[in-house]
Design a protein around this ligand. Structure first.
Ligand SMILES: [Zn+2]
Length: 213
């Protein structure tokens, strides 16, 4: 059975998920490598991690990516639309956290329709712009799992669109796409993991997004 563990450990950090399939990966990296690596070690030797898939370039999701890459040897994957943000304090919103955006090399580009084969799970890459220009979600069809990044959160919440690259009408379109999925468990970029009537929660997010258009 594939296991998913939330391994982020620092306050204000985005959620970091360790997915333990035949090819172990991280979804997002957070901004504090130390506590996250410590948590990863509870489950696996960190050098076994093959990829760090970033849902978007924001600092609270990506800031620790180069340090975690150095500790694990994992490859960093990011949307082709956000590669240009790497190292930039404004577009990664590192300035909001009083930090500088680290420079790093992106090893692979994420694009719509790509399938990331982890062994048992196949993650479909969906481009879901709105919170940022190149935000992505990952959907696992057979288990109905959604890694929603900062596009939608539990209880009808949505990612903010008032930062660089944000676009509320694009977000509405992206959330609309997510309402067409069947989701059993959602792993959001912030807040808690949820398995309770998730399709309804995403419908609520769509209504909310439309209401702020
Ligand atoms: Zn974000």
């Amino acid at each position: 059975m594939v296991e998913v563990h939330k391994v982020s450990g620092a306050a204000f950090d985005g959620n970091v998920y360790l997915v333990l399939d035949e090819r172990p990966i991280l979804v997002d990296a957070g901004m504090m490598a130390g506590p996250t690596l410590k948590n990863i070690k509870k489950y696996i030797d960190p050098t076994k991690i093959e990829m760090i898939i970033l849902t978007h370039c924001h600092h609270d999701h990506s800031g620790a990516a180069p340090a975690i890459k150095e500790a694990t040897g994992a490859k960093i994957l990011l949307s082709d639309k956000e590669v240009g943000c790497v190292g930039d304090d404004l577009t990664t919103v590192a300035y909001l956290f009083g930090q500088e955006a680290p420079e790093y090399k992106v090893d692979g580009l994420l694009t719509e329709g790509m399938v990331i084969d982890l062994g048992k799970w196949k993650l479909d890459v969906m481009e879901t712009p709105g919170h940022s220009q190149g935000s992505i979600c990952l959907y696992e069809k057979s288990e109905k799992i959604l890694f929603s990044g900062d596009t939608v959160f539990p209880d009808g919440n949505i990612g903010r669109t008032d930062m660089y690259g944000g676009d509320t009408s694009a977000l509405v379109g992206s959330v609309e796409r997510l309402t067409k999925l069947d989701v059993k468990t959602m792993y959001p970029g912030h807040m808690e993991i949820t398995s309770k009537d998730v399709d309804r929660q995403i419908q609520m997010s769509l209504r909310f997004a439309k209401s702020v258009l």
